[in-house]
Design a protein around this ligand. Structure first.
Ligand SMILES: *Cc1c(COP(=O)(O)O)cnc(C)c1O
Length: 450
């Protein structure tokens, strides 16, 4: 008689979430206390909402935290990234290089600027842009590189910056998955020319719908203002010469302002952020230790041994190595682990170059795919050599994202995985393989090969 829960045995995880955000639950995020409630109420009670300067205060706090000169709050990460792309001067016919495995907002804003997205392959372990695959994607139209610190892991910035400087390219960091992380002692988001991040409820720094852009470059900052923050695009405030003729105009026509309640909550969350992340780091680190060395899986860890690198913890990831479990499918594996009470799903973000929106969609009626509306590139040729992206996206999965260091609960989750791996042979019969598409966003149900 099998012990596996998928066959009716007792699940390894007996812990149950209660759904509270007060810090008592293992997974609830963000942690909400009276301090957040009071800050939000204070905004509402002032009766002025958009008329108050709380976002500017949050930006000042954010600058202090990151050591950056300028920060600009936005309504979401998509807007912050869009503003960053405009900020570095991305425009008609330019190319921006972006890793294929990421969320679409890392690059899709480029299309409304008339630019082309060129996808580059990712490192098979970190799933961040692979510097060794970067240079082959550069052409004389390339203007910028989007770097994503994917699912907590810092991208390898030194070689990326060296390549960018050699070719005179701007570097944008998408820090949505790794706020508070470090690369060789430097804070993520302070290494490239400009950084942008989502501060949405589901992200590392979670305050509802909000985003942030930060940079030391005045021109990038002021161009970002020009695109979507018209109320600050004022005569006498803007110093960039080529923007001065346009001050007072809603130049980009977008409105990117952050919601004041989010800004108020952001100030409170920021005060506790480093401390809460340190606990996540400890909890995830312990879990990674417990699953270390098991056949079939490799937790994606950041080498923090000398203290100069640090994960900015978002959902931790693991690679799945099916050969080590006699070809057991990742689908069957995840089903069995989920039955143990540790809910996991096969796959991560679908590689963007496989999406119709980047392959065929003519969003703005240019008579050809939007991706190459202002370029004579061939999409198929551009999407060559992205094998690692295609492979890892289907052979990785998200691990539990613990918010607290509570060893006995973390051990239950590690035991769920250990139990399935120890008994994997029992799962081989009845394994139907990977039947549906793997990964992606659940609302996308098209096949990867569409
Ligand atoms: C969520 C996310 C974004 C977009 O942010 P929103 O706040 O949802 O607009 C951009 N990049 C990455 C990597 C993300 O995960």
């Amino acid at each position: 008689m099998s012990e596996l829960a998928i066959f009716g045995g007792k699940p390894a995880v007996t812990y149950e979430e209660t759904g509270k955000h007060d810090g008592t639950d293992m997974f609830a995020w963000p942690i909400i206390t009276d301090e957040d409630r009071e800050a939000a109420l204070d905004v509402i009670n002032q009766g002025a909402m958009s008329g108050i300067s709380i976002t500017k205060e949050f930006e000042r706090d954010f600058c202090e935290w990151t050591g950056s000169k300028y920060a600009l709050g936005t309504c979401n990460g998509t807007a912050a990234l869009h503003a960053a792309m405009y900020g570095v001067g991305l425009g008609r016919g330019d190319e921006i290089i972006c890793p294929s495995v990421t969320y679409w907002a890392s690059c899709q804003g480029a299309y409304s600027l008339g630019a082309t997205v060129v996808f580059a392959d990712v490192d098979p372990y970190t799933i961040c842009l692979d510097p060794s695959k970067l240079e082959e994607k550069i052409t004389d139209r390339t203007r910028a590189i989007m770097v994503v610190h994917y699912s907590s892991h810092p991208a390898d910035m030194d070689p990326i910056m060296a390549i960018a400087r050699k070719h005179n390219l701007k570097v944008i960091e998408d820090v949505s998955h790794a706020q508070g992380g470090k690369y060789k002692g430097r804070m993520l988001g302070t290494i490239g020319d400009v950084a942008a991040a989502s501060l949405m409820s589901g992200k590392s720094f979670a305050i509802g719908e909000a985003g942030m852009l930060w940079t030391d470059d005045l021109e990038i900052y002021e161009r970002a203002i020009a695109l979507g923050t018209y109320e600050r695009f004022k005569d006498g405030q803007i110093q960039t010469e080529n923007l001065k003729p346009f001050t007072g105009l809603p130049l980009g026509g977008y409105k990117h302002r952050m919601h004041q309640v989010s800004a108020a909550m952001g100030r409170v969350q920021l005060k506790h952020y480093d401390e809460r992340c340190a606990e996540i780091r400890r909890a995830v680190g312990y879990f990674m230790e417990l699953i270390e060395g098991l056949p079939g899986i490799r937790g994606v860890k950041v080498d923090e041994s000398d203290g100069s690198n640090m994960a900015g913890w978002y959902v931790p990831l693991a690679h799945y190595v099916s050969e080590e479990l006699e070809g057991l499918s990742i689908t069957r594996f995840c089903e069995a682990v989920s039955a143990e009470g540790c809910d996991i799903h096969p796959g991560i973000n679908l590689p963007l170059h496989t999406h119709p929106v980047h392959k065929t969609a003519d969003t703005y009626h240019d008579g050809k795919p939007t991706r190459i509306a202002f370029s004579d590139n061939d999409i198929r040729a551009m999407d060559e050599n992205l094998e690692v992206s295609e492979f890892v996206a289907e052979n990785a999965f998200y691990l539990p994202w613990f918010k607290h260091y509570r060893p006995e609960i973390i051990e239950q989750y590690a035991n769920a995985i250990k139990k399935v791996i120890t008994n994997y042979k029992e799962l081989l019969t009845g394994d139907e393989g990977n039947t549906g598409p793997i990964g992606g966003w659940h609302r996308f149900n098209h096949s990867k090969k569409a």
